[in-house]
Design a protein around this ligand. Sequence first.
Ligand code: G6P
Ligand code: ZN
Length: 541
Amino acid sequence: MIRTIATQPIAGQKPGTSGLRKKTPVFMGRHYLENFVQAIFDVVGAEGKTFVLGGDGRYFNDRAAQVILRMAAANGAARVIVGQGAVLSTPAASHLIRLNKTDGGIIMSASHNPGGPEEDFGVKFNMPNSGPAPEGVTEAMYQRTTEITEYRILEAQDVDLGTIGRSDLGGMVVDVVDPVADYADLMETLFDFPALRTLFAGGFRMRMDSMCAVTGPYAVEILENRLGAAPGTVTHATPLPDFGGMHPDPNPTWAHELMAEMMGEDAPDFGAASDGDGDRNMVVGRGIYVSPSDSLAVLAANAHLAPGYAQGLAGVARSMPTSAAADRVADALGIAKFETPTGWKFFGNLLDAGKATLCGEESFGTGSDHVREKDGLWAILLWLNILAVRKQSVAEILAEHWARYGRNYYSRHDFEAIATDKADAMMTALRASLPGLAGQAVEGMTIAAADDFAYTDPVDGSVSAKQGVRILFEDGSRIVMRLSGTGTEGATLRVYLERYSPGPDGLDHDPQEALAPVIRAAHSLAQLEAFTGRTAPDVVT
Ligand code: G6P
Ligand code: ZN
């Protein structure tokens, strides 16, 4: 029986960089999830359609899935493909949307944010192209939440999501599928699995930290079962609703166990970690951390070594705050390069149009045109494929890369949970100062240009303004500042720092030391301490 429930708009249902993210108790509040899901269906239409549904398994994932299924049925959807246990990694969900040519999908995740009764939850919609909904669509969903008066939901028992197979929910087909199998098969088409098996059989040692999040079963199946990595290669391999209390964000701060092992005496050859929903990755060599910007550049330069990319790349896209290291590779390869705002959704059109094959962001996201999300395990497997072919260590590959292209020293400093009004005041003042900055000298460097990044999509012509303040120096150094669009508590200020060293000397400094004058310039230009009271970042990547 379909029930129509009267409701009222709930303030604050505006999706951010990646869907609607809130504290779990907010999402569990009366009508909160229902209002947002109805807004999704009102905007994209559900009648007769097929959707994919899954999430990263965090607290409330299972309950939310039952609500979304009952609402999909009540809104006339024909079929929903659900990952067993309501679990799907974000890239696996994206793949299922493509594979089954569905009308899109709903992903339940707050990505790398902690999970649990007092932590974070999120919902986002992916389009039929399998990528995150673009701004025009999320804005329409938000508008809908501001005028909603009712939602539709089926009165029914819970669907058994623990058992693979087909069932009926009020006339809607529910297909519960193995969350791992199709994704693992896709990886086999892109990478040289026999060569990787030989690599592991030859004693190559790896550590994969799944951080008690969704990639555990995927990594065990692919790395240990299909590729023969030693049992136990994958740690924190069991997904838990609260991620075992871990902050499942693969960066040096939060993946500190992995970092300690990789910097330690008996470090394995290769280390990697992924985030809550499996779309981010961090890679680490023995004794050497690979910054995401460098990782993108190395992958771009070597992708042709993997079967899926043997024909070469159409182009490489990076988000604006990501370092220009990948640009140098694109120039050397004579292929197109693109600079987009932060947010994976901005890569979608470039991938759909065949303009870019590889995309990456400084925020530990790398991916390709195989899906329309960033993909943590994909990046890790591409690295493995490159290591297998080149038969060199990560450190050797990086050293050769920098010797050839020069090195873009890079770091991101995050200042978390700043009072929103203080962060806004700082950004407003900084933006106001931009017109007068060119020509000024700071820390012995002269400012060449300063602006607020605006992007015109080369495919559909849509314009996104105010995407981050850029201060460019004559020596090629750069400061970027913007406020995060994914936080749930106050404001997070991100300061992105970059300095180029052409080599051959000066390629092996510590990034924080190499960037010291750029860091000081950032603090003084933004009057960071005066506005926020902060002197040191909370997270350094
Ligand atoms: C998510 C998005 C990325 C984005 C990152 C950081 O992972 O998918 O595209 O780069 O968040 O976004 P933020 O707005 O917090 O800097
Ligand atoms: Zn994620």
